[in-house]
Design a protein around this ligand. Structure first.
Ligand code: AP5
Length: 212
């Protein structure tokens, strides 16, 4: 199964993609996670991407396409994948067609619909594990023990791009650069729009139904 998740920042792409990946036995490929790892390791890619990410802008297409080309070439992605955060521009979507080739008719594109007001509340209280990437929300999905990851005990952190100014810019980038990607997939009839509001379990059920 080849799945793409599209949605504004904080719409639950990461939360749901991890569950869907586990359910279907396919790798969860998050371009945001790949970039954050590169930043943490101080690689050339990380150094190039860090300032853009911190400000809430989009990293250049050529860098992102190179990352995805390499990642989808790995053996575990042959049986399928879930892409979280890619493609984010029409150029990326067109290049992805070229990378996945003739199998694209099997691509399922899920757009999570969440209003901007809800996004701001979700992101303000998001915390994540710097070691395993688990995602929490201090009210909706709190860890069992204060500020500590349930899985590995690491101290949870807020993301550096979750400042109010960066979130505003990420939302603006979503509406201006990523919404045209949904039109691109709508014309191919691959787009499934899913209500991303309400409890996490309910959203998961809606996504599962949309994938049939
Ligand atoms: P990326 O990491 O992809 O960030 P994003 O798209 O802004 O999305 P988020 O990770 O913020 O949110 P999410 O939708 O995964 O929500 P989550 O599940 O965490 O990208 C970061 C940056 O990298 C970009 O800004 C850009 O600079 C760069 N980048 C990445 N890909 C790129 C590309 N292809 N091209 C160019 N640049 C690229 O949930 C959010 C919170 O809500 C959590 O606290 C969660 O617990 C909570 N929550 C989840 N579901 C629910 C629910 N149903 N009800 C209540 N709360 C919920």
């Amino acid at each position: 199964m080849k799945i793409i998740f599209i949605g504004p920042p904080g719409s639950g792409k990461g939360t749901q993609a991890k569950r869907i990946a586990a359910e279907h036995g396919i790798p969860h490929i998050s371009t945001g996670d790949i970039l954050r790892e590169a930043v943490a390791e101080g690689t050339e890619l990380g150094k190039k991407a860090a300032p853009t990410m911190a400000s809430g802008g989009l990293v250049p297409d050529d860098l992102m396409i190179g990352i995805i080309n390499d990642r989808l070439g790995k053996a575990d992605a042959r049986k399928g994948f879930i892409l979280d955060g890619f493609p984010r521009t029409v150029v990326q979507a067109e290049k992805l067609d070229g990378i996945v080739g003739n199998g694209t008719e099997k691509l399922r594109v899920v757009q999570l619909l969440v209003p901007d007001e809800a996004i701001v509340k979700r992101i303000a209280l998001r915390r994540s594990c710097p070691q395993c990437g688990a995602i929490y929300h201090l009210e909706n999905q709190p860890p069992a023990n204060d500020n500590v990851c349930d899985k590995d005990g690491a101290e949870l952190v807020a993301r550096p791009d979750d400042t109010e100014a960066a979130v505003r810019k990420r939302l603006e980038a979503f509406h201006r650069q990523t919404m045209p990607v949904t039109s691109f997939y709508k014309t191919k009839s691959w787009l499934r729009e899913v209500d991303g509001t309400g409890p996490v379990d309910q959203v998961f059920e809606r996504i599962q139904r949309s994938l049939v």
